[in-house]
Write a protein that binds this ligand. Structure first.
Ligand code: XIL
Length: 324
């Protein structure tokens, strides 16, 4: 196959990328995107701070442009994300009454899912609810103390999925997180959390492994990814790779990066429950890691993606396509 999406189709895997509204004007950028990919996540436009910056004030302009671009090009879209502690407007963080927060959460989910109904293939319902060892605060992985967790308890996750399912019986609903792909406590914690959700009959379709690999997130081998995917598949859930990039920060070399792109793609290709791979950026120049203050990347070039600054295919591209 001559494109990622054609190669993915042979394995039943959608191949995805991200888009910012300002990039739509870049003809070279979007032409390559439409040529290679059949799945899209708005990089920021469907986050709470952009959709409902003030209470009751919804702004769908930028997100609609992205979704319209996708529809025109027959690309499926995943909304990202309904409930998350980050890129959340201050007015939500300031809420102190549990009932009020529950109403606000339900209203946000209902309005946003209602607006995009029929145009979204999937939604990330809850993002990054579990802490890692390296997150600020004490110690071991456990629920992140977001405004949602503090006021509603761990049950806010079940609640959010039920609210989302009520809005749309057809759309896929995912839990999304990072550093859940290697052998580590966070991955184990996630597995137990999912098992509980499935036992309680919570309407969840699957899990997104963000797969931001390299400093400061975990390094996962292909074997570790395969193992984590398998036990989640055994729960009857779907797995997607939702935000993949493998950065060179911390002195990593390209051979290491290429091998990992191959092995992780292969883990998805060999797992029937793995249905999509989305890369978090089209070319190295547009990667979020270039401006992110994440440890280890400040003075280095992350170069984490499949295309270079001139939109030429890198060896990482070849490794991915060879693994499909
Ligand atoms: C990032 C975007 O890429 C940046 O443009 C933005 O400034 C911050 O958020 N995990 C997620 C994504 O779930 O939403 C984040 O996206 C990257 C980490």
């Amino acid at each position: 196959p001559s494109t990622l999406k054609a190669a993915g189709e042979c394995k039943g895997i959608m191949m995805g990328n991200v888009l910012r509204q300002q990039q739509i004007a870049n003809v070279e950028h979007v032409a390559l995107l439409a040529e290679e990919f059949n799945y899209l996540t708005p990089e920021n436009a469907t986050k709470w701070m952009h959709l409902q910056p003030e209470r009751g004030v919804f702004d769908y302009g930028k997100a609609d442009e992205i979704v319209n671009f996708a529809q025109k090009n027959k690309i499926k879209v995943k909304g990202h994300c309904l409930v998350w502690h980050s890129q959340l407007p201050q007015w939500v963080d300031d809420i102190t009454d549990p009932d009020e927060l529950k109403t606000v959460m339900e209203t946000h989910i209902a309005q946003v899912m209602g607006h995009f109904k029929g145009r979204m293939y999937a939604w990330d319902v809850v993002n990054e609810a579990i802490k890692t060892d390296t997150d600020a605060g004490d110690g071991n992985p456990r629920m992140r103390k977001t405004v949602f967790q503090r006021l509603l308890g761990d049950e806010y996750i079940d609640m959010a999925f039920k609210m989302a399912r009520k809005q749309d019986p057809d759309v896929k609903l995912y839990y999304n997180d990072y550093s859940i792909d290697a052998n580590n406590d966070k991955a184990d914690y996630l597995y137990e959390m999912l098992k509980g959700m499935v036992q309680r009959g919570v309407p969840i379709d699957g899990v997104g492994f963000q797969m931001h690999i390299g400093t400061p997130n975990n390094i996962a081998t292909g074997a570790e990814v395969a193992k984590n995917m398998q036990r989640i598949a055994d729960l009857g859930l779907e797995i997607i790779i939702s935000e993949m990039d493998i950065n060179l920060c911390g002195g990593r070399n390209e051979a290491w990066q290429q091998a990992l792109y191959h092995d992780i793609t292969l883990a998805c290709a060999e797992q029937p429950a793995c249905s999509a791979i989305t890369f978090w950026g089209l070319n190295d120049g547009s990667s979020w890691l270039n401006s992110w203050e994440g440890a280890g990347c400040k003075t280095e070039k992350p170069m984490p993606l499949l295309f270079d600054n001139k939109y030429q295919k890198k060896q990482t591209y070849e490794e991915v396509i060879n693994a499909l």
